[in-house]
Ligand binder design. Sequence first.
Ligand code: NAP
Length: 320
Amino acid sequence: MPAQQPLFETLAVIGIGLIGSSIARAAREYGLARQIVAADASEPHRRQATELGLADAVYGDAAEAVKDADLVMLCVPLGAYAAVAAHIGPALKPGAIVSDVGSCKQSVIRDVSPHLPAGCTFVPGHPVAGTEHSGPAAGFAALFHGRWCILTPEPETEAAAVEKVRAFWAACGSKVEQMEPHHHDLVLAITSHVPHLIAYNIVGTADDLETVTESEVIKYSAGGFRDFTRIAASDPTMWRDVFLNNREAVLEMLGRFTEDLIALQRAIRWGEGDALFDLFTRTRTIRRAIIDAGQETNAPDFGRGSAATVAPGPAAPKTD
Ligand code: NAP
């Protein structure tokens, strides 16, 4: 991607983990900020970020990091947003834009907005991109290529600030969309949050079974179970916070999911093969549409090949 005039003088990334470090790398690689600073609560992560050269300065105190920033990207777990916003609020430079990457948007607006001083603009965002890995070493600049980034500003948000954040994500290679926060949370509940819950649940159930041993679960892990274990290996802090902060939307989608699951259970019980076949045919077309939209590859077995021949490498991209 071509280098360009920096969009911002100073970018402050708060939370230099998977997403924060990917943003810092992309900003550096594509020349999006003249100066990049970072803050993280974790001393080992600060050390790693410094060793990897992810930022020009790395702080333990987020207020120190934001004081000269004209773009502040909050990349901490959702449960830390309110405390971080309260802490950095008084240190923000007049005119600063604050944005974020949190996986739920209503809770983020609730937790951040009250702490921002007049003259600063909040443009909430969510890059729908990630992997099951965490920390500064897990990030990479290309994480956002071809992925959606959803912005959820309030209607009264200053248009110029929204445009600058949109330009930032577009320069990172993302396709940018704007959405109402409540709608964002519903969409992500069904496309991301409930699927993660199902994965955590099925892997937990297999682990709890008394009639099948753990070594059998591991030894005979066929495609279906193995794919669930990848999702169920996602960061426990992040996902705990997603479910605590998108409770209403997840419960609504889970209610609908449970009804449909019971209908399937019934179809199996009563030998209704046509009902099963019709559903499985319909779901195949959804996968086809995701591949056609460029959000997945059509490679068999997700392009992994046999375990014996595949060298360890970067995790397969997944949307969070
Ligand atoms: P991560 O790799 O664990 O990085 C988060 C970093 O923030 C960690 O270094 C963490 O340190 C640090 N941190 C925690 N509390 C902090 C605080 N109060 N002040 C400063 N730093 C703090 O997590 P991530 O995957 O990048 O996720 C970050 C955000 O991105 C979350 O809000 C998540 O919802 C969103 N998101 C994630 C994905 C994904 O697939 N992972 C995708 C899109 C959006 P410790 O490790 O010591 O806590």
